[in-house]
Design a protein. Sequence first.
Length: 217
Amino acid sequence: MYALFKRRFKASFVITFILYAFLGNLLMIAFGLAGRSFPINSESPIYTDDAQKIAVQMVEGSENNGTTNGITQIISHHQIVAINLQTGEKQWTKYSSSKETLIGNFMGLLVHHRDDDYGKLSLLDIKTGKEKLSEKEFTEKHKQLIDVLDNGSHNIALLQNNLYFEGVDGKFYRFDGKKLSEDNKAETYLSTKFFIESIFQVILLRIINSWRIIKRF
C-alpha cells in the first residue's frame, strides 16, 4: 500500500499503519495471545540418516493458555522436525501428538503410537517426512509383531538395525525388519537402556539446578 500511494497519501498511510499496529496488539493482549512464553523441550534423542545429512527430533512446545481459578492452563504441541545438517535449514516438519514416540531410524523413521490398550507402529521417509507405511499398512504387513506389541514405548530398544522389545505376553523379542523371533538379549538391552536414561536424567537435572543457582548470583 505504501509503495502504491506513497506520493499522495504518505501521511494517511503512516497514521493507518500506527492505528493498525496499536489495535492489533491491543486485541492480542485482550484475548491473551500476546506475551505468552512458548518453551521448547526435546521429546526424543536426535536421529540421523545413514549419510548423516539429516537430523530428526521430536519436540514439545508448552503454551501458557492463561490462569483460571488459580490453575495455569498449559497446552502442549508436538512436532517432528528434520534439519539439513549441511545447510542448517529445516528439511521438513510434521505435526505429532503426545501419544506418539519417535523410536529411531529403522526401515525408515519408526514411530510408536499409543492407541488405548494397544501399541501400533508406522514408518516415515526420513528425507521427506512422508508416510511410507501407515499404522494400518504396518499392521497388515507385520501383524505378528503388532499382536505382541505393548502400548508403552519404554519397552522398546533399537540397536544395530534390530528392534528389541518386551511383548504383552511377558516374552522378549527381536525384530530384524522381516522376521520376529524370541530373544532373551532384549531383556538385557532394555535394562541397560533404562539405566542409561535414568543416569542421563539425573545428570541433566543437576546441570539445570546448577545453572539456576548460577543465574541467581
